[in-house]
Design a protein around this ligand. Structure first.
Ligand SMILES: Cc1cc2nc3c(=O)[nH]c(=O)nc-3n(C[C@H](O)[C@H](O)[C@H](O)COP(=O)(O)OP(=O)(O)OC[C@H]3O[C@@H](n4cnc5c(N)ncnc54)[C@H](O)[C@@H]3O)c2cc1C
Length: 494
């Protein structure tokens, strides 16, 4: 029989929601999770990830606390530079051009590893990202870039395990159940939520509601209104269900919009990827992120960004937007035999669209591009490449000189077979806009006063990301603020 009263109702069933469900249940509250999608489409954007999670740590031993299967022998094969909280802060500041709300981002950073330990204590499994974040030298794995930890089994493993943990703890989950409106008492305190289920609206009584139902990237109308008309052409990499419902509900209850409402995380993705995330193809299989060691060329045959400006973690989220501006929102990632063996694993995925030839002319023939202009671009680029030691693990300064758009690191000539081209388009990952919340995940009103009983987590919280985003901090944010929201909601109803 349906129980129509819970202490805490959580809207959404992605990473942030499930972390908050576990924390709220841990504090003794009765918890209901509402998922708008059917069971086979549960888990939101979190389901589509590769599970990469950015945490601050000082030593490999810090990470081994969540990877107990790593033996001393395995650890001896690993060279792991520290990724301190200070470095994480610097990255946040640099990438968001100083606009991140530091009270929020510091909370994320300072709780990142502890939150993974907490999840691990509940049974979540982690491993290092050997394939894309390390290279082998002298028989050892050398990690780089700070983003080194992942949940086992990609996003699908993460979502399934979090669901198992939550349901074993006694959390109820309703599918095909969309939260539509918050119910407040005369003092503005949350007293419940309206839910659309089986075509009917029912009211669930609740002392606290945690909104963890993503941003608005899944709504074409809101996307165009907030981010601009060109975003109609972007494909949606993740869940179709994140249509800003939580933001609308919160704002109707007195919350204020917060953060970067003009921008989202967008990357280069396979030109033939589904136009919305396909739950039958989990994992981040369509992304394309090896461009720092190659070139990006548009249909006019021209380069338009410095592919080597920085490590991919710090440019991939903004270069997707640059692809959106090109003709047909299309470009090509171009590589040759100098780097073919160094391409990230996604370039070898079965579903990857690829052109390959032993000659540059043979490659050009296959591409839908201004062929003469492209050949000219490659010729000019090759002449501009300077001598130097190519080293993809550091900003090697091996660059071009004298081009309209120079490539400032990792510049090799395109001259050695095989010649490779991968058509890409812009894939929108998530919108940065959300609502304002405290470091305790309480949603606040225009006077910065918490709305009693209302919490938010994950993409719903605005103010963390502006312009761009440090890869792996989306899941970290969902877990950290999810845990905080759940614990605080549990205390509030306690
Ligand atoms: C392809 C892809 C790869 C990514 N890779 C990474 C990565 O490796 N590392 C990383 O840190 N980040 C990654 N991200 C970003 C990351 O997925 C998000 O930042 C994060 O998962 C957001 O978590 P969330 O819980 O806030 O939202 P979501 O996981 O999107 O969950 C939102 C949930 O709310 C539900 N919902 C929406 N509206 C309602 C409603 N009205 N009622 C009930 N339920 C509702 C949705 O169905 C969904 O289940 C990736 C994203 C994509 C799309």
């Amino acid at each position: 029989m349906t129980n129509l009263n819970y202490d805490v109702v959580i809207v959404g069933a992605g990473n942030a929601a499930l972390c908050s469900a576990i924390a709220a249940r841990e504090s003794g509250a009765s918890v209901l999770v509402l998922e708008k999608g059917p069971k086979k489409k549960r888990g939101g954007n979190s389901y589509f990830t590769d599970g990469a999670i950015r945490v601050a740590f000082d030593t490999l031993d810090d990470l081994r606390q969540v990877i107990p299967a790593m033996t001393d022998d395995m650890a001896d094969q690993i060279v792991m530079p520290p990724y301190s909280a200070e470095k994480y802060r610097e990255d946040f500041q640099r990438i968001t051009q100083g606009q991140t709300d530091t009270t929020l981002s510091n909370t994320l950073i300072d709780n990142s590893l502890e939150t993974m330990k907490w999840l691990h204590s509940h049974g979540l499994e982690f491993d290092l990202i050997y394939d894309n974040q390390s290279f082998v030298k002298d028989g050892k794995y050398h990690f780089w870039g700070g983003l080194v930890l992942k949940s086992v089994g990609r996003g699908i493993g993460l979502v399934n395990k979090l669901n198992d943990i939550a349901t074993e703890m006694g959390v109820d989950v309703w599918y095909e159940s969309a939260g539509t409106d918050l119910v407040q008492d005369a003092d503005g305190k949350i007293s419940g939520i309206n839910v659309l289920r089986n075509g009917e609206t029912e009211t669930i009584g609740a002392q606290a509601v945690i909104l963890a139902c993503g941003s608005y990237e899944g709504s074409m109308k809101k996307r165009i209104a907030q981010m601009g008309e060109e975003w109609e052409k972007a494909i949606l990499r993740g869940s179709e269900y994140n249509t800003g419902d939580g933001i609308d509900m919160a704002v109707a209850a007195g919350a204020v919009k917060y953060g970067d409402w003009k921008m989202g995380h967008a990357i280069s993705t396979d030109a033939n990827a589904p136009v919305v995330g396909d739950f039958e193809v989990p994992g981040d299989v369509f992304k394309k992120s090896s461009y720092p060691i190659g070139l990006i060329v548009n249909k006019e045959g021209k380069r338009f960004v410095d592919e080597g400006a920085d490590y991919r973690n710090y440019t991939y989220a903004k270069y997707g937007r640059e692809v959106l501006k090109q003709t047909d929102a299309t470009a090509y990632h171009v590589f040759d035999g100098h780097v073919a063996d160094l391409l990230r694993s996604e370039y070898r995925e079965e579903l990857c669209t690829k052109f390959e030839s032993d000659t540059l002319e043979g490659l050009i023939d296959q591409m839908d591009i201004d062929k003469a202009a492209f050949a000219g671009t490659i010729h000019e680029y090759n002449l501009a490449v300077q001598d130097g030691d190519f080293n993809p693990q550091v900003l090697d300064g091996k660059r071009t000189v004298g081009l309209e758009v120079d490539k400032t690191n990792w510049a090799n000539p395109i001259s050695k077979p095989p010649f490779l081209a991968f058509p890409v388009t812009c894939g929108l990952t998530f919108a940065f806009g959300g609502v304002k919340a405290t470091t305790g995940a309480e949603v606040v009103d225009a006077q910065d006063a918490p709305i009693p009983g209302l919490y938010a987590a994950g993409e719903m919280i605005g103010g963390l990301f502006f312009h761009n985003y440090p890869g792996g901090s989306g899941l970290a944010s969902g877990a950290v603020f999810g845990k905080i929201a759940g614990a605080n909601a549990g205390k509030y109803v306690g």
